[in-house]
Design a protein around this ligand. Structure first.
Ligand code: HEM
Length: 405
C-alpha cells in the first residue's frame, strides 16, 4: 500500500453483495484473482489480499467508524444508540484509549489462561447432561452456553443468572451485526436489560468490594474519573456482547470442520492438548466468525494501481485474506497440520482495536474442543453441517445438531 503514484489507474473489481452472502469463499476467490481491491454497488472498497490488511494497523491511514452506522439507519436515540456512542469499539484516539485501558489487564493472556480449567469443567457438565439423550442443538446447548457462563463468572454474576443473562445477550448481540430495523425494539430491550444488570452488579461492588474483576474495574474507572457512568457500563456490555456470537460461531465452525475431516479429528482425539491450538487456528482461518472490519480512509491511498479516495469506507475482508494463497498455500484445504502460518491471525482484527477478548476466546474454544475430544470422541454431527453465511462484519451460522454418545 502506498500514497498515490502518477500511474495509478486501475479499476477495482465490482462485487455483487447478494452472491457473496451465500457462498462467500468461492466468490471472493474469483474476485481476488482479478484484483486485490473490489468495490460494492454502494461504493464500499473491499481489500482482498492479506498483505494489505496492515492498513488496519495504521491509524494514520484509516479511522474506526463512530456513529455513522447509526446515522445511516436513522437511529438517533435509545439504548443501542447509546451503546454505539459510548463503547470502545466505535471510538478513536484518546477516547478509545480511555475506554479500553481499564479492561486491558483483565483480558491479558496470562490471566485468561486461568479460566481454562473452568471451561473444561463446564464443557464436561454440558456433555454429561446431553450424553445418550439423542440430537442436541449444539449452538444453544454448548457453544452459546460456554462463553455466556464464563463471562458471567468473570464479571461476578450469580451462577443462577446466566440463563436469563444469556437471553438478553442473544437479543442485544444482534445490534453489533447486521440487523433489520424492525428488530430494533428487541435489540434495544436486550441492551437496556444488560445495562441495568451491569449497573446493579457495579453498584453492589462499590458498596461491598470483593476480590474480583468487577471490583477492580469499578476502582480503575473511579480513580481515572474520566468515564461517564454509561461509558463504564457500556464497556462491560461491550465485552459481553463482542464475545457472544463470535465465540459461539467459532467453536461450532472448528468442531464442524474437524468432524468433516475424520482423519484430523482422530489426531485431536489422540492428543487433545497437542492439537487444540492448531485446530482452533485453522478453524478460524477456514471460516472466520467476523468476515470483515470496516474503516474510513483518512487520506487517499493506492493498492496496486487502485486509488481509494480520502473519506471513503474501506472494508478489510478478513475472510478473503485468510484464504490468500500467497500466505496460506492451497487455502481451500482445511488442515490443522499447516506450518509456517503468520503469528498474527487477522480473524481477530488488528491495530489499536485488535480483539480485546482474543485470549479468552482462544481459551474457550481450545478447551471446548479438547474436552469434547477427551470425553466424547464419538460425537456425531446429525444432518447437514452448519453454513456460515455472509462475508462482512459478524457472520451468521445457521444450525448444528450433534449427538454426544
Ligand atoms: C472467536 C471469537 C472472536 C472473534 C473472531 C473476534 C473478532 C474481533 C475482531 C475482528 C475485532 C476488531 C473489530 C474492529 O477492529 O473493528 C474485535 C474487537 C473486539 N473484541 Fe473480539 N472476537 C472474538 C471474541 C471476543 C471475546 C470473547 C471478547 C470478550 C472479552 C471480545 C471482545 C472484543 C472487544 C471489546 C473488541 C473491541 C476492541 C476495541 O475496540 O478496542 N471478542 N473482535
Amino acid at each position: 500500500m502506498s500514497a498515490v503514484s502518477q500511474n495509478a489507474a486501475r479499476e477495482p473489481v465490482k462485487i455483487d453483495s447478494s452472491i457473496s452472502y451465500e457462498t462467500p469463499h468461492a466468490y471472493y476467490k474469483s474476485l481476488r484473482e482479478q484484483c486485490p481491491v473490489a468495490i460494492t454497488d454502494i461504493g464500499v472498497f473491499v481489500v482482498l489480499k492479506h498483505r494489505y490488511m496492515d492498513m488496519l494497523l495504521d491509524n494514520a491511514n484509516t479511522r474506526q467508524f463512530e456513529l455513522e452506522g447509526m446515522m445511516l439507519r436513522g437511529i438517533s436515540s435509545g439504548p443501542l444508540y447509546e451503546f454505539y456512542r459510548d463503547v470502545m469499539l466505535f471510538a478513536n484516539g484518546d477516547v478509545h484509549k480511555r475506554r479500553r485501558a481499564p479492561m486491558v489487564r483483565t483480558f491479558a493472556y496470562k490471566l485468561m489462561d486461568g479460566v481454562r480449567p473452568r471451561v473444561r469443567e463446564i464443557a464436561g457438565e454440558v456433555i454429561e447432561a446431553h450424553r445418550g439423550k439423542g440430537p442436541v442443538n449444539f449452538l444453544d446447548a454448548f457453544s452459546r452456553a460456554i462463553p455466556a457462563r464464563i463471562i458471567a463468572e468473570i464479571i461476578g454474576a450469580p451462577p443462577s443468572d446466566w440463563e436469563k443473562f444469556s437471553k438478553w445477550v442473544a437479543a442485544a448481540a444482534r445490534g453489533i451485526g447486521f440487523f433489520q430495523n424492525d428488530e430494533l425494539p428487541e435489540i434495544d430491550a436486550g441492551v437496556a436489560a444488560l445495562g441495568a444488570y451491569v449497573e446493579e452488579l457495579l453498584n453492589d461492588r462499590r458498596a461491598a468490594p470483593r476480590d474480583d474483576f468487577l471490583t477492580s474495574y469499578a476502582r480503575a474507572t473511579a480513580s481515572a474519573g474520566d468515564l461517564t457512568e454509561n461509558e463504564i457500563r457500556m464497556q462491560m456490555a461491550g465485552v459481553i456482547l463482542a464475545g457472544a456470537d463470535t465465540t459461539r460461531t467459532g467453536t461450532a465452525s472448528v468442531l464442524s470442520q474437524l468432524l468433516q475431516h475424520q482423519d484430523q479429528w482422530a489426531l485431536v482425539c489422540e492428543d487433545p492438548d497437542k492439537w487444540k491450538k492448531a485446530a482452533v487456528e485453522e478453524g478460524l482461518r477456514y471460516d472466520p466468525p467476523v468476515g470483515s472490519v470496516p474503516r474510513f480512509t483518512l487520506r487517499e491511498l493506492e493498492i496496486e494501481g487502485v486509488v481509494i479516495p480520502e473519506g471513503r469506507v474501506v472494508s478489510m475482508s478478513v475472510l478473503s485474506g485468510l484464504r490468500d494463497p500467497d500466505v496460506y498455500p492451497d487455502p481451500d484445504r482445511f488442515d490443522i497440520r499447516r506450518e509456517g502460518i503468520p503469528r498474527w491471525n487477522i480473524a481477530f482484527g488488528g491495530g489499536s482495536h485488535r480483539c480485546l477478548g482474543e485470549a479468552l476466546a482462544r481459551a474457550e474454544m481450545e478447551e471446548s474442543i479438547a474436552t469434547i475430544a477427551r470425553l466424547a470422541p464419538n460425537i456425531a454431527m446429525i444432518g447437514k453441517p452448519p453454513t456460515i453465511k455472509g462475508a462482512a462484519a459478524i457472520r451468521h451460522i445457521d444450525a448444528m445438531t450433534v449427538e454426544f454418545s
